[in-house]
Design a protein around this ligand. Structure first.
Ligand SMILES: Nc1ncnc2c1ncn2[C@@H]1O[C@H](COP(=O)(O)OP(=O)(O)OP(=O)(O)O)[C@@H](O)[C@H]1O
Length: 321
């Protein structure tokens, strides 16, 4: 969908993008970065609205430096800032945007009605937008990005200013843009955890540089932890310790017991160990076999997937250390 090659954007005092290289595949991709990380700058370059200082990028195979107009015909864009004229209705505005994208008058009206219904605006769509809530305005902004049936939409901070319920609804809508219509999505957010459920793929940038690009599952799975709870027996009054030892002997690396957890009820019976690409299924079999061999009751095995935000908190904590 998008290929970005060593892209830089320098303003007189700031380098907003610094030799960024990344590819965006079909599906929903979350572009995550703190405020000022360079997300909006990147989107403007991808739309051909702002020239890069160096490097190159293509969107749907078209060069952003020379084919901006053609890109904007095929791509939808939801800007971050409030950009809706207050004295016209959502219907008038979205019809206008559809006409601007080249749809004939009748098709523009039909598509507008469909799209506004899809984003959840009904009778309000005939009222002037000045009286809309932030959530309604965000929906109109999403509708105008979708009305000309693009292959790809670029959504800049669509959840900005929304309360938690509004945010969840917007994220659900964004997911459906892809599942219902097959439109690929690049969506930005400054909140790390927010796009976890919505995106197939996450790209993280910081200070205009690429921090990481990987599938959402990879992001969280690689750091998953397996928690195993066992009972004690007469032969093994500390079942967890016995299991830990047996797993070590079988070549696995269970975590050392956490002294801070000793006081919690039942915590003494837990054994935790990493499960990731390198360990795979074998660890589950090893836990089962060890429990059987020791005669311990296996209460539960629970895979705890980390959240993306935890991955980064741990990493930055590690960096500091
Ligand atoms: N037109 C401009 N002139 C000068 N500096 C700019 C301009 N546009 C952006 N910048 C700077 O470039 C950096 C990246 O800005 P950008 O808007 O791309 O960040 P962002 O990740 O989208 O953050 P936000 O969500 O806060 O907009 C910031 O330091 C910003 O101040």
């Amino acid at each position: 969908m998008i290929a970005i090659e060593s892209l830089s954007k320098r303003f007189p005092r700031v380098t907003a993008l610094d030799r960024l290289t990344v590819g965006i595949e079909p599906g929903v991709t979350g572009l995550v970065g703190a405020n000022g990380a360079g997300k909006s700058t990147l989107i403007k370059i991808l739309l051909g609205l702002s020239p890069a200082s160096e490097g190159s990028a293509t969107v749907l195979g078209m060069d952003v430096a020379t084919q901006g107009g053609a890109i904007r015909e095929r791509v939808g864009y939801m800007p971050e800032h409030d950009c809706l004229p207050p004295d016209v209705s959502a219907t008038e505005f979205v019809v206008h945007m559809a006409r601007m994208s080249g749809l004939p008058a009748t098709a523009a009206r039909e598509r507008t009605a469909d799209t506004l219904r899809h984003v959840g605006l009904y009778e309000e769509r005939y009222r002037p937008m000045g009286g809309y809530s932030t959530g309604m305005k965000q929906r109109v902004k999403l509708a105008q990005a979708l009305v000309h049936d693009p292959r790809l939409v670029l959504l800049d901070e669509p959840t900005n200013g929304l309360d938690p319920v509004g945010r969840d609804e917007m994220l659900g809508l964004i997911r459906r843009v892809h599942t219902d219509f097959g439109i690929s999505v690049l969506v930005t957010s400054h909140l790390l955890g927010e796009l976890e459920r919505t995106s197939d793929h996450i790209v993280v940038i910081d200070g205009g540089k690429l921090l990481r690009s990987s599938s959402t599952a990879d992001f969280t799975q690689r750091t998953a932890v397996l928690a195993v709870e066992v009972t004690d027996t007469d032969a093994h009054p500390d079942g967890a310790a016995a299991l830990r030892k047996a797993l070590q002997q079988a070549g696995h690396a269970p975590h050392e017991p956490d002294p801070a957890q000793g006081a919690a009820p039942g915590a003494g019976h837990l054994v935790t160990l990493d499960v990731g690409d390198d360990v795979g299924e074998a660890v589950y079999d090893a836990v089962r076999d060890a429990a059987v061999h020791l005669g311990l009751g296996l209460v539960r095995m629970e895979q705890r997937r980390h959240h993306i935000s935890e991955v980064f908190t741990e990493r930055s904590a590690g960096d500091v250390a």
